[in-house]
Design a protein around this ligand. Structure first.
Ligand code: NAD
Ligand code: UD1
Length: 337
């Protein structure tokens, strides 16, 4: 039996592919490489010493998607990472985001149904909680008002999956809400390497430390947090990847259902703490300045990870030093040879 990994050449997908292969699973990756490189596929093979099939196919291309299911009739479940994820860009290009993320997912689900493959894990985001009174997000909370098109695509897909399960409970669905994934595989071979100027904190710090950008802007130091900078629940991407194996185990062992889990550590760190830890752990300079708050940012949010611990037996194991060390190791390994 094999697992179809959509978006498996991307940041979280590639780390999950490694963990799946290391656990002895058979996988097939489909990715159109719109935000990733073909070399990542070889690196996954290099890290694991395992082979698998890769298809450069767009999820909107239903015909070729069907061919994947035809050629791999043992696909039993899907881990669905493929999607566009840049929050700012999604606000500027809503149609592109709705088309790619929604139509891509619908095409995938239709194809799965056609081949009677009804087990899926979906990459959602803490962003679906929106702005809420509570800053500790727990799965029993309702989805909030989303603040970007990107976030809206996640909320719509979650709702779509709920409706699909309601109509046909032979589906078996796990929705995973990621908090802030950072870090990289400890081989240094795979990690996050966005094209152009990054939006997210850790990729930006990595480029400043590598002297590709002269300094980091810390967006706001007047929040009501311990040092005035905003706080988030950063999670090591390898811990996150392992969460998918646990979610899959649960789908394989329990009766069909629709399950929702936060994947976070439950411990928030401020921007200042991340910068200071990165500098100290790696013994490297990260020049920064405090600037205005970024529009739409919340002062603090983090996961209540209790449900994932109790039901999946999953807890994040790596600490903030590991996240900073492995992020920098990826830059050193890939960019400073
Ligand atoms: P990524 O961009 O590195 O990976 C996504 C992959 O999907 C890329 O390789 C891209 O080429 C591929 N892709 C996009 N559209 C496609 C399409 N139509 N057909 C085929 N392939 C397509 O992103 P990531 O950080 O690995 O995120 C993976 C998933 O997790 C995404 O759905 C993202 O929204 C979600 N997520 C990410 C974060 C984060 O901080 N990275 C947080 C919450 C949720
Ligand atoms: C953002 C998205 C969220 C998405 C997540 C992961 C928004 C509002 N939310 O979360 O939907 O799931 O990315 O892709 O965009 N910071 C700086 N300087 C920088 C960059 C960031 O100070 O150059 C600060 C931010 O103000 C924030 C923290 O670092 O407080 C983390 O930012 P970021 O990595 O962009 O993640 P989020 O904003 O939490």
């Amino acid at each position: 039996m094999s697992i179809l990994v959509t978006g498996g050449a991307g940041y979280i997908g590639s780390h999950t592919a490694v963990e799946l292969l290391n656990a002895g699973e058979e996988i097939v990756i489909v990715d159109n490489l719109i935000n990733s490189q073909i070399e990542t596929i070889d690196k996954i093979k290099q890290i694991t010493g395992k082979d698998f099939k890769f298809y450069q196919v767009d999820l909107l291309d239903g015909e070729n998607l069907q061919k994947i299911f035809e050629e791999n009739s043992d696909i039993e479940s899907v881990i669905h990472f493929a999607g566009l994820k840049a929050v700012g860009e999604s606000v500027e290009k809503p149609l592109e985001y709705y088309k790619n993320n929604l139509i891509g997912t619908i095409t995938l689900l239709e194809t799965m149904r056609k081949y009677n493959c009804k087990k899926i894990i979906f990459s959602s985001s803490a962003t679906v909680y929106g702005e809420q009174v509570s800053v500790k997000y727990v799965e029993t909370m309702k989805r909030g008002e989303t603040t970007s098109t990107y976030g809206t695509t996640k909320a719509i897909i979650e709702k779509m999956l709920e409706d699909i399960y309601f109509a046909d409970n032979s589906w078996n669905i796990s929705i995973l809400r990621y908090f802030n994934p950072i870090g990289a595989h400890d081989s240094g071979l795979i990690g996050e390497d966005p094209k152009g100027i990054p939006n997210n904190l850790m990729p930006f710090i990595m480029k400043v430390a590598n002297k590709e950008i002269d300094h980091l802007n810390i967006f706001g130091n007047d929040y009501d947090t311990k040092d005035g900078t905003a706080a988030r629940d950063y999670i090591h991407v390898v811990d996150l990847a392992k969460g998918h194996l646990k979610a899959l185990e649960k789908l394989n062992s329990e009766k069909n259902g629709l399950y929702v889990y936060n994947l976070g550590t439950g411990t928030p760190y401020t921007v200042q703490e991340i910068v200071d830890t990165f500098k100290k752990t790696n013994n490297i300079e990260v020049p920064y300045e405090y600037t205005e708050r970024r529009a739409g940012d919340l002062p603090i949010f983090y996961a209540d990870p209790t449900k994932a611990r109790n039901e999946l037996g999953w807890v994040a194991e790596k600490n903030i030093e590991d996240m900073c060390k492995d992020s920098w190791n990826f830059v050193k390994t890939t960019k400073q040879k």
